[in-house]
Design a protein around this ligand. Structure first.
Ligand SMILES: Nc1ncnc2c1ncn2[C@@H]1O[C@H](COP(=O)(O)OP(=O)(O)OP(=O)(O)O)[C@@H](O)[C@H]1O
Length: 341
C-alpha cells in the first residue's frame, strides 16, 4: 500500500459497496448528534408546512458524511436530489440545466461549493433568493437575456473550506452545519454496521482496532474494514480477529494513533528540517512532496484536532505531544541525533 493511503481513500469512493454502506435515514447514521438533531427538526418543520427547506451549508473535512447527510435530508423530506460539484459547473448553462431539471422541494447538492466559479455563483444568488435566473442568449448585437423560472429548490452546499465560501453565498443560507471528527465509539458503531452489511464477521476488539485507526473518519473506517476483510480471507478463514486486524493495519503503516506515513513525514519534517517550526505551509508541502490544498484539507485538520500540530500566525509548529512522541527534549540542543518516527 502506498504511503498516501489516506489521501487516496479520502478522494474517492470505495466502489460498488459504498452505496450499500451509505445510511439512508438519520436513525441509521451514527454520530454528529447535534447536526442530526437540528436537521431533523428542520426537515420536520418543512414537512409540516409542506415547504422547501431553506438553503444550508455542510462543512468539515472529507469523508465525514456531508454527502450522506444531504441524501438523508432528501430522503426524510421525501424529495429528490441532484448532485454536482463546484469545479464541474463551468458555464451558466450548466447551472441552468441542473436547476430546470429539479422539481419543487428537491435538493441541489453542490460539493466543493467554495470552488464554484464566481460567475456561476452570481447566477445562483437570484436562483436561491427569487427562484429565477436570467440567461444571456447569443453574443454581440443579437445578445438578449431570457428569464427562466425555476422550482423552489433547496441548495445544500458542502465544503471542506468554509472560510473560502463568499459572504453573499453564506448570507443566503439559513444554516451552516459543521461536521466534527467521530469518536472511536461512534466509529466502532459504524464499523459494526458496515461489517454486518458486507457480511464480514469480526470480533468486537477487531472492530475497535479498525475504528481507532480511522482518524475519526467513516470513509476511512469503511475502507480499512474492506482491507481487513480481504486480509482475513486470504491469510485465514475470513473471520477477523484482533490479531488479524492488527497485522492487516500494520501492513498499511498506520500506527495505533491512526497516523499514516504522510502524517509522520509532516511531523518529522517540521521537527527536523525546520527546527520544530514555525514554518509556512508551502515549505512543508515542498519538503514532503504534497500539494498545499491536500495538506490543508486532509492532513492538517486531524493533526491539529489531535494536538500534534499547532497553527500560529507565523506558521506551523509541532506541539509538546509530538515532541514527546518523537523523543525530542525541548531543551536539547542536538535534536538531529534523536530517532525519527
Ligand atoms: N455517520 C456515518 N455512518 C455511517 N457511514 C458513514 C457516516 N458518515 C459517512 N459514512 C460513510 O462514509 C462515506 C463518505 O461519506 P460522504 O461521502 O458522505 O462524506 P463527505 O463528507 O461528503 O466527503 P467529501 O468531502 O470527500 O465529499 C460514505 O460513503 C458513507 O458510507
Amino acid at each position: 500500500m502506498s504511503e498516501n493511503f489516506f489521501e487516496s481513500t479520502l478522494k474517492k469512493e470505495t466502489g460498488e459497496n459504498d452505496n450499500i454502506l451509505r445510511p439512508k435515514t438519520f436513525e441509521e447514521f451514527p454520530g454528529q448528534d447535534q447536526v442530526k438533531e437540528r436537521l431533523s427538526i428542520f426537515v420536520e418543520a418543512a414537512k409540516m408546512r409542506d415547504e422547501a427547506l431553506g438553503h444550508f451549508i455542510l462543512s468539515g473535512p472529507p469523508g465525514l458524511g456531508k454527502t450522506t447527510l444531504a441524501y438523508i435530508v432528501a430522503n426524510e423530506r421525501g424529495k429528490g436530489i441532484k448532485t454536482s460539484s463546484g469545479p464541474v459547473l463551468e458555464k451558466p448553462g450548466d447551472l441552468a440545466g441542473l436547476l430546470t431539471s429539479l422539481s419543487d422541494g428537491d435538493i441541489l447538492f453542490i460539493d466543493e461549493i467554495h470552488r464554484l466559479p464566481i460567475a456561476i455563483e452570481e447566477y445562483l444568488y437570484s436562483a436561491m433568493e427569487d427562484f429565477f435566473i436570467d440567461i444571456m442568449i447569443d453574443q454581440g448585437v443579437g445578445a438578449r437575456s431570457v428569464r427562466l423560472n425555476i422550482p423552489k429548490f433547496t441548495l445544500v452546499g458542502a465544503t471542506t473550506r468554509l472560510g473560502l465560501c463568499s459572504a453573499p453565498l453564506r448570507s443566503r443560507c439559513q444554516h451552516v452545519h459543521r461536521l466534527e471528527y467521530y469518536s472511536d465509539e461512534e466509529l466502532g458503531r459504524i464499523v459494526k454496521r458496515s461489517s454486518d452489511l458486507i457480511n464480514c464477521e469480526m470480533d468486537e476488539k477487531a472492530s475497535h482496532e479498525v475504528a481507532g485507526r480511522s482518524r475519526g473518519t467513516p470513509r476511512i473506517a469503511n475502507n480499512l474494514l474492506h482491507w481487513v476483510r480481504d486480509y482475513a480471507q486470504v491469510k485465514a478463514d475470513g473471520f477477523v480477529t484482533w490479531d488479524l486486524a492488527n497485522k492487516a493495519l500494520n501492513m498499511l503503516n498506520i500506527d495505533s494513533n491512526g497516523l499514516d506515513e504522510m502524517d509522520k513525514k509532516i511531523l518529522n519534517t517540521i521537527a527536523y528540517n525546520f527546527d520544530c517550526g514555525p514554518v509556512g505551509i508551502k515549505n512543508i508541502a515542498v519538503s514532503v512532496g504534497e500539494e498545499v490544498g491536500t495538506l490543508e484539507d486532509v492532513y492538517e485538520p486531524f493533526l491539529i484536532q489531535e494536538g500534534y500540530l499547532v497553527r500560529t500566525q507565523t506558521g506551523r509548529v509541532i506541539s509538546q505531544k509530538t515532541k514527546n512522541m518523537l523523543g525530542i527534549n525541548s531543551n536539547s540542543s542536538d535534536e538531529q541525533d534523536l530517532p525519527n518516527l
